[in-house]
Each structure stands twice: as C-alpha cells, then as structure tokens.
Design a protein around this ligand. Sequence first.
Ligand SMILES: [Cu+2]
Length: 500
Amino acid sequence: MRRGVAAAVGVAAALALVGGCGVPLSVSSVTAPDDFDTPLPVPPLAPSQVAADGTRTFHLTAQEGTTQFVDGVDTPTWGFDGDLLGPTLRASRGEQVTVEVRNELPEPTSVHWHGMHLPAAMDGGPHQPVDPGDVWRPTWRVDQPAATLWYHPHPHGRTEEHVYRGMAGFFLLDDPAAPDVGLPHEYSVDDVPVVVQDKNLDDDGTLDLDGGEVGVLGSLVTANGVHGAHLAVTTERVRLRLLNGSTGRTYSFGFADDRTFLQVASDGGLLPAPVEATRVRLSPGERAEVVVTMAPGETVRLRSFRPDLGRIAAGFAMGANDEFDVLELRAAEALAASPQVAEVLTTLEPLQAADADVTRTFSVSGREINGRRMDLSRIDETVEVGATEIWEVRNDDAVPHNVHVHDVQLRVLDIDGDAPPAALGGLKDTVYLEPRRTYRLIMRFEDYTDPDVPYMLHCHLLLHEDEGLMAQFVVVESGEAAVDGPQRARPPAGSSHDHG
Ligand SMILES: [Cu+2]
C-alpha cells in the first residue's frame, strides 16, 4: 500500500517507456527504505542426506506463501521450503548430488541449476516441467570449480513471473582441492550470500507484474527479500556473494562512500586475481563475489549507482537513472582479524580464438535470435562434444539484453574486438550485452551428450526470454544428429519423475 510519490513516478516512467516517450533524466523510480533496521536474513543451508554410495540428496518444495515487503502489508509470494526465496544448497566438487523437487504450487514449474555443468535432462529447463503434486529427481556429479551458482524456475513462457514471485536460491559449490587464498568463508558470518530483487506492489499489496521494455522495474529493491536490511559485520573483511535475482533490472553495485573493494569471483568461480573496483555491474542472473574491508564501529551502505547500460536509445531509462541503497553494513566496535586475500586466486586455462573449432553467430534483436523466436520443437544448433566454439553474439538493438548459455562456463574473448575488462576475465555463464555491441564468447562442450534433450541459450531479462528470446542447442557425439520434433516435450529420460 506504500505506493508513494516515487512509486507513482515509477509507473509513469514505465508507461512512458511503453509509449517510447522521454523520461526526465533526474527521475529515480526507486523508493528508499524508511530505515535499515531489519537484520539481513541469510538463507539457511539446506539439509541433505549422504547415502552409502556417497550421493548427497537435497529436498526442495516449491510452495505458496506470504511476505511483508512493507510493514503490515501481506503480499502473496512463492518460495522454496518457505514463503520467499529458498535455502542455500551446498556441495563439493566430485560429489554426486540429487535434488528431490516437489511442486506444491497451483501450476507447473521447473528448477534450473543456473551455471551448473550437467546432463541436459537434469538441467531443469522448459523440457523438464514439474506438474503440481509431482516430484522430479535430477541427479548429477558436481565437476567444476568452486562458485556461487543459483537455482530458479524455468517454465516455458512463465519464468519471469515465477522468479518475480520469489522463486530463487543459491547453490554454492566448494572445491576441497583448491588452495586457501585467504577468502572469508564462514557462512552467514563473514561469507554472506545476498540476492537482490526488485518488486512493485499494487494497491491491494499484491505483486504488480506490469512492466516496460525490460519487464518489471520495481520500486522496492530487496536484499534477501527485505527492503531496508542491515548486516552486522564482526570481522575485518566480509565476502558478499552478490546475485542479481531480478527479472529485468541491472545494478551497478558499490559502496556509498566510494571505497574500493576486491572483486574475487564472477559467475563460474574465482577470477585469476582480485580486481580492485569501486563498481560491479550485474545484469539479471549474473553473480559477483566481493570482499570489502571494514573499520571497527563504522557503517557503510551497499549502493546501486546509476548503471552504465551502454548506448541505450535516447529517451529510454530502463533503470539507468536509478540510484539507491540496498543494504547497510554495520561493523562492531571490535572486529575479528581476517586473513589477507592472496594476490593470485586461481589459474584459468588460457582459451584463445585459435583454439576454436567452430564459430557461430547470433544476432539478438527484439524477441528473436537470428530472426527466430523460441520453438520448443526446433533445435537451433547442434554441437559436437569436445568442441571448442566461439559464439559471436551481437545485440542489434538499442535496448539492453544479456545472454545466458546453459551447460558451460564460458570466457569473454573480446567486445567489439577489444579485450574485456578484468571483471569479465573469468568464468561466466551470463553476459550483459550493451546495445549495438558484439561479444565473442569462447566455450568448450564436455562430457554430456543427448541428441534428444536440448540446452537453452537465452536472454536473462526474463520477459524477453518468456516472449521468445531463446534458442535450443543439443550436444551430440561426433556425427550424431539432433532429434527434432514435438516428441521432445515428454519428460526427460534418465531422471526419475513421478506423481507424489
Ligand atoms: Cu533481452
């Protein structure tokens, strides 16, 4: 019900966007919290059972609930094992994991393991729907570097709404064989996951799903579901695992006093070396791990500054004017010492253009990739396992898009021919596409083949995805052909799927 002046301006801005009219550059459509007095809720670590064969099994239930984003206003929301968001799944490299996903929502959903290298039938995309009352049990072996991954629904045409209603959680991967590089690692103490999402409420307190060109740009920006939260810091350094869990908004995170922090990881794991930064731009689906140093007794806010969205169309805002505080860090009067962050974090395989066997080009425009909208029965690309490929992705619009490739962690080779900034020099699964720029991405397809079940390639501005900005690729053995046709809409082979 707290639709104040700022929120009303947000609606006006959204309407203006639809009509393509100008938006005053000074307008921010985000509502500042009254205070930051609510302690940041940290998602609990999900319990799991380890069987005799070593398989670690988690359970997730998708369910309806109620959340108060505004004091005294009950907003119907969806979550995993609760009213909103979900518990943090955590597993180690080398482990076999199984997740028993139960759907208690009134409609089909799915759960995609964003950033995970796994068989297509376990991926949780639009070909693995879970009907109300059903249980889906994907299983795979974790085999990739330590990283901050996440999970969220991916039902065909309904992803934006499911994520916006609150369906998202972290999936943290550890690598016991990796050296200690001095990163804070005590979960919820000095190693804290923070998912940022924006919401709009209608007058009756329900979530407002109406949006503009990039979908909903909410006036209430939440950290772990709270509008106006603080984190009690007890250590000299704190590691924030930032996830943009919004459906359309791009953030430019930094601190209100412009202090320098270290970005230590991107989507798929550690950067080769810490990157000293004052901003980190995250489009929907992207993650960054940052380490910030605090002085005893001080308070500083995590802020999203006006994001540089690139050369967007004149007269459009799409969140580029919005600047607001997301989370307050409150340091205790005495802070426990933290280790020094190492100067070298990891060694990444050098992947160069000359290593590529195949180059594919993708033009992203409107709601189409290469002039075609998503068709569940059409395979757009067939990749041979073992291949190293360059995917040259161009945003041919004057509005923001991004690109998320399932199954792989990729590397940005260059942007309009120039080397990427250091923050984009590590493992990525989601890349912001500035308007009218070309991104050359390099990736290797390993381990899993399935001519029958595709992976997805899509814009993670979820309205765009739902409206068709998605394509399908299969990974096959050498010489094998993809299986086309509507039969692929059946439940996947290889993962058990039953009616609960
Ligand atoms: Cu898009």
